[in-house]
Design a protein around this ligand. Sequence first.
Ligand code: 13P
Length: 285
Amino acid sequence: MNRILSTKEMLLKAQRDGYAVPAFNIHNLETVQVVVETAAEMGSPVILAGTPSTIKYAGADYLVSIAEVAAKKYNIPIAIHLDHFEDVEQIKKYIDAGFKSAMIDASHLNFEENIKIVKSVVDYAHMFDTTVEAELGQLGGIEDDKVVDDKDALYTNPKSAKEFVERTNIDSLAVAIGTAHGLYKGEPKLDFDRLKEIRQLVEVPLVLHGASDVPDELVKKAISFGICKVNVATDLKIPFSDAVKKYFIEHPDANDPRKYMTPGKSAMKEIVKHKIEVCGSNNRY
Ligand code: 13P
């Protein structure tokens, strides 16, 4: 493909062919390497997602450059995506820096204000062939620096979703159907009837946030009912850091990042592989 893409074509193809494109939250060179190398080995399209604090940590210019190198190196569709951004000016700045996909998260605002902010991002982003995802309803849990109490979580209303998509002209819609960011206290309960209804009323690709710690069968079922982008963060962070911690316990004098990062990368790779299989996005390119 040779360049960073928007998520437009890759999500529409996934929607047509009944699978989901995984969006993995990355943080640095190592995590990008694991994700793109594994996706390339498996012939899967992939989305590299960076939250506001990741961009602050790693630098938009570094991340765009790393992703450009990856896109040149591998023959799979690769997108870099701004995940859970709330600040319109920041989104514009990072689109200018080379991001071709952005989520404007105004899901905490009321319906009309959400539409207004999302529409302003869409108007800007579409001038640069950049795709926009927005959320209606609100997930509970912890994402980036934000904590949403379970009692404040709100499910997506299907009829409002239809109106929201029509009035904002977004490219994909993040739905709240019972998943939460981070780990769950019990087994998550997903509202598949709601998802089916949303799918019937809304044409754009649908996005499942908070896919970590959700049993594979439920994720697959959500995909069969129309989810075409699956977001995973926590399930990658835990094995990476556990493997690094174990390495330090076994090698208390270790100080070489090339050595102690390697088991983290290997542990993360296994999960990336598994998530790609759950999404059914392997052997698509
Ligand atoms: P998890 O950390 O629960 O996988 O959520 C990730 C996410 O939805 C990123 O937008």
